[in-house]
Design a binder for this molecule. Structure first.
Ligand SMILES: CC(C)(COP(=O)(O)OP(=O)(O)OC[C@H]1O[C@@H](n2cnc3c(N)ncnc32)[C@H](O)[C@@H]1OP(=O)(O)O)[C@@H](O)C(=O)NCCC(=O)NCCS
Length: 329
């Protein structure tokens, strides 16, 4: 039983100006627009410039959400950034973002759970509001994955893009948060990981030469698990929220591969017109993909009060999760 309800009062998104097309990738990789399009559904993706880092992308998305909500940064009580491409190992990227926004002296922290970051973040942020700890929380999913891509590895270089999506959550009489289903399995991190400068094996010259700081993924196995876990998590969250599939207005999945989304929708028996897909514009932006897709959908004016939205993701960890949300006025 929660003390308060929570709703989303503002959304925003941002993608860096630099656009990298499949044809651009063809110029240095043994790949083709045809392969990338048919195997992933991806067309262009956006890559940050040398000067841009994750906090810059996050700040732009958050600023757009503040304008959308008609709020100033000082009216936000807490800033959370979901990212696995932080500006620094520490301090948290959220601290940079809060300062840049002008949310001065406010609590700020990161959530690092890869592509599931927005789902975990939405659950944590909603919990902080529903339990009465804060009145307003800024939640941002932001990534500069291009900075940790092995640009010579065609199996990963083509997949990932940069971007940010932000939502402002606010205490409310109505409660939009219906249920969450979260899970993780850390037994096989190597399926999708970047060892980076982690304490397991501190970075040295040999490690850098071996490119351990960049993304490594076992694609086909991750693909199968992504479909299975996102289907299971969606079923579980519908059950917890006492909903049936026909109640769903929008399914907003993590955008990892169009074929993953199609397979999941088929298993779940959700018609294509209810599934939000923007992978052809941005590629896989990890923790940013769901809030970017939500922001685009809300700003298109097609989300109405009472609509049921299922957010669902799968990613490194391995981790997965879904949230059932009823849109409030
Ligand atoms: C990465 C992914 C697109 C690869 O697609 P796939 O259909 O599984 O392809 P495979 O890895 O089996 O490779 C098939 C062939 O295409 C080749 N290939 C891989 N990448 C290629 C590229 N960019 N261009 C051309 N050929 C490519 C492979 O080398 C392989 O060739 P071979 O048959 O001669 O050995 C897909 O596995 C995927 O999307 N995985 C999951 C991503 C995901 O879930 N992420 C989760 C959270 S972020």
């Amino acid at each position: 039983m929660s003390l308060h309800g929570v709703k989303i009062v503002g959304v925003g998104h941002y993608a860096p100006a630099r656009v990298v097309t499949n044809h651009d990738l063809e110029t240095w990789l043994d790949t083709s627009d045809e392969w990338i399009t048919t195997r992933t559904g991806m067309k262009p993706r956006h890559w940050a410039s040398e000067e841009e880092a994750t906090s810059d992308l996050a700040t732009d998305a958050a600023s757009a959400a503040l304008v959308h909500a008609g709020l100033s940064a000082q009216e936000v009580d807490c800033v959370i950034v979901a990212t696995v491409t932080p500006d620094y190992d520490f301090p948290a990227t959220a601290c940079q973002v809060a300062s840049k926004l002008g949310a001065l002296d406010k609590p700020a922290f990161d959530i690092a759970i890869a592509c599931s970051g927005f789902i975990y973040g939405l659950t944590v942020a909603s919990g902080l509001i529903r339990s009465g700890v804060y009145r307003r929380v800024m939640l941002i999913g932001a990534e500069s994955l291009s900075k940790i891509l092995d640009k010579d590895d065609r199996s990963t270089a083509i997949l990932f893009g940069d971007g940010a999506g932000a939502v402002i959550l606010e205490r409310s009489e109505e409660d939009s948060f219906l249920a969450a289903d979260l899970g993780a399995d850390g037994s096989r991190p190597e399926l999708l990981y970047a060892q980076g400068s982690g304490a397991r094996k501190p970075l040295d010259h040999a490690a850098l030469d071996a490119k351990v700081h960049l993304i490594h993924m076992q694609g086909p196995e991750t693909f199968k698990l992504a479909v299975t876990k996102m289907v299971e998590s969606t079923d579980a969250v519908l059950g917890k929220a006492k909903l049936v599939k026909a109640d769903v207005t929008f399914l907003i999945p993590h955008q990892a591969n169009k074929r993953i989304i199609d397979a999941m929708a088929r298993y779940l028996d959700v018609p294509a017109d209810k599934v939000v897909v923007n992978i052809a514009e941005y590629g896989n932006t990890s923790a940013a993909s769901i809030p970017m897709a939500l922001s685009e959908t809300v700003r298109a004016g097609i989300v109405k009060p009472g609509d049921i939205i299922i957010f669902v993701a799968f990613g490194g960890g391995l981790s997965w999760g879904a949230v059932a949300w009823r849109w409030a006025a």
